[in-house]
Design a protein around this ligand. Structure first.
Ligand code: RRO
Length: 315
């Protein structure tokens, strides 16, 4: 039997990834060691921890907890500041696309961070995080601020020259997704990443009659397998409403090759792994790659374009 060569590289609006699977921002991508491990891993790209202009310690510990169906976090944007991430990239030999995630605490700070990212030749693309759910004293998720997003993005494209994508929060109403998509469609955005964690979840320990993380009385962002249906729904709807040249990076609830297949079927061009990467470490990328290839072999598909976005309806 002659096996067809199976191509699971990805193309994010012209950015070529050697593999369609990478890490989600926030997970094991904060320190020099973690980022070096990612550069050395099989991942198709490296996404850095969302950064601010100054280093931040983040919220008090414990701030992350996982169980069989998911994870809850209230990290509070701990990071070493943008200069650390740009400095790290300057020193390293870069062998795959680098997505610098930024998450300023104000619009002005985001403009500053985007300007800095524009000055680095090592940054392939900017992932602008408009969906951090865990900032004490800054509880509102900017991605839900429908009135302000348009002006904010308009100003960015007055000076930004780098490929830029936006990490979105999950939306739960069709009208909200239509609204955001119609705003994003007006700008030369390269990609959206759907979805960040589901904000303001609560996991509790019934034995101890207690919450499991310390900040914000135990409330935090939910990730992992239980959020997959929400990730798929957001990807599917954005795939329908966004301009076709805006790629979608799927994120949410992936722990197997089948989960990746489902994300791509809904319209994702590539995927990111959060909770499962945290559980398994860098070996997750090779495992998922093998599992995805097996599925494509069985279905006789030779590349992601054979099925990307081609989810069937029942009538
Ligand atoms: O650091 C965090 O608390 C955090 C961020 Br910035 C984010 O975008 N998503 C998340 O679940 N946690």
């Amino acid at each position: 039997m002659i096996m067809k060569k199976i191509d699971i590289t990805a193309n994010i609006n012209g950015i070529q990834l050697p593999l369609c699977i990478m890490n989600a921002s926030g997970v094991l991508c904060s320190t020099d060691q973690e980022l070096s491990n990612l550069l050395d891993s099989h991942s198709g790209g490296v996404v850095t921890k969302s950064c601010t202009s100054q280093p931040r310690k983040g919220n008090i510990l414990p701030r992350y907890f996982e169980w069989n169906m998911g994870s809850i976090n209230s990290m509070g944007l701990p990071n070493f500041g943008i200069h650390f991430y740009l400095g790290f990239l300057e020193e390293k030999k870069i062998n795959k696309p680098i997505f610098l995630s930024i998450s300023g605490l104000s619009t002005e700070e985001n403009y500053y961070l985007i300007q800095k990212a524009n000055q680095s030749s090592k940054v392939t693309a900017i992932e602008l995080n408009l969906s951090c759910p865990n900032l004490i004293g800054k509880e509102n998720v900017f991605g839900y601020n429908f009135d302000k997003i348009s002006n904010f993005i308009e100003k960015i494209f007055k000076f930004n020259k780098k490929p830029l994508g936006i990490k979105l929060p999950p939306y739960f109403q069709d009208a909200h997704i239509k609204n955001i998509a119609s705003i994003l469609n007006q700008f030369p955005i390269f990609f959206v990443t759907c979805i960040n964690s589901l904000p303001n979840g609560l996991f509790i320990d019934a034995n101890k009659e207690s919450v499991v993380i310390c900040p914000k009385k135990g409330f935090g962002g939910i990730g992992g397998p239980i959020i997959k249906p929400f990730a798929l729904a957001n990807i599917r709807k954005f795939y329908t409403y966004l301009r076709k040249d805006i790629s979608i990076i799927g994120c949410g609830g992936i722990s197997s090759g089948k989960d990746i297949f489902e994300h791509i079927l809904c319209g994702a061009s590539a995927v990111q792994i959060g909770t499962q990467f945290m559980k398994e470490g860098v070996s997750v990328f090779e495992r998922l790659k093998k599992e995805l290839i097996l599925i494509l072999e069985k279905k006789n598909y030779s590349s992601l374009n054979n099925f990307k976005g081609k989810l069937k309806n029942l009538q």
